[in-house]
Design a protein around this ligand. Sequence first.
Ligand code: ZN
Ligand code: MN
Length: 424
Amino acid sequence: MSDFQPIIGLEIHVQPKTISKMFCSCSASYFGKPANTQVCPVCLGLPGSLPVPNSLAIKQTIRLGLALGCEIAEHSKFDRKHYFYPDLPKGYQISQYDLPLCQKGEFEGVQIRRVHLEEDTGKLLHQGRDTLIDFNRCGVPLIEIVTEPDLYEAASVKKFLQKLRHLIRWIEVSEADMEKGSMRLEPNISVRTKEGLPPYKVEIKNINSFRFVERAINYEIKRQIEILSKGELPPQETRGWVENKGRTVSQRTKEEAHDYRYFPEPDIPPLEVNQSLIKKLKNELGELPKQAQARLIRECGLSSQEADLVSREKSIFEYFNRLLLEGVSAKEAARIVIHKPNLLESEPKVVASHLKAEKESTVVLGREIAPIVEKVLQQNPKAAADFQGGKSGALQFLIGQVMKETKGKADPQLTSQLIKERLS
Ligand code: ZN
Ligand code: MN
């Protein structure tokens, strides 16, 4: 066995919490909805329709990038990734190629190569000889996290993924619910021999449980070592995990990047992310799990096991903090949230609904503002014309009208940007 060293990298897709899809105003919550009820010309890729990026999805991507210690790109862009498959009506996916929003991070000892934003595809449903397509998921935002091949065994992959999901839920970027498809895992595996780095890579697509990832990786390592032991080379390919057979099966030989004919998305201007937004998002992240755990040990005198249990979920951790504020000692508060989880049953719901109400009132929703901007422009043609004629004061007036319509909930910066885009 020592002649063979498995090398594992990961691609993880998570659906960020947004209300609308990535480039249109259709609802992003597709799970369990009747087929093809949440679609529009943009997400169906009809000719003449134009995508407008979802600012909340962009912010969520940056937040995750920051939590993973990434560098955030001030200049970024979307690209078209072409491939022909019926779940993708445009014939290409809008993704990010050479200028992702986030790069070069590190989490739990694993280097993060990049974190980028893209759109999801529709869902194919095979029924006998027919294939049905549901486009509700088409255009839903997806954050893709790509690690360097820094992992060497299935068990540590599983541990890493569990910590990653914990972080993602903690900062409320995504529900990361694998059963509902809002977190999907794709390990790529190769085995290094005495001769050096492996000249191939096998990617296993769309696995939806940590247990399956572990099993699929172990199966794949064994399969590749068997081939390598015979002096042969496993082909570079994409494989699928078949749980009931306990093995991976070949799906297609792996494409090279040039097969996708990547080029810059011409319908979306390049993304400019200013430092002040990055700073603001960073400040709003608050205490990350690692810092919270360190503080629980250092300041509250908890053991590391207690600290892990107290911080196993954000809502439990917040409940613990509230108990401290009420004067309960740290040890006693820890005992309550660790040993009496039933006490929490009503609590986290209160916390969760409170958080949700707060979110909804302050979160900036680009997709929600766009139609209001449109309405304001139509009701104020003179101000619109004045702005186009160079009177910058007219812009302030128009922003003011949008604020009035949204009862002050619109982000003035975003509103300004939307008006400028619309009138340019
Ligand atoms: Zn749509
Ligand atoms: Mn992807």
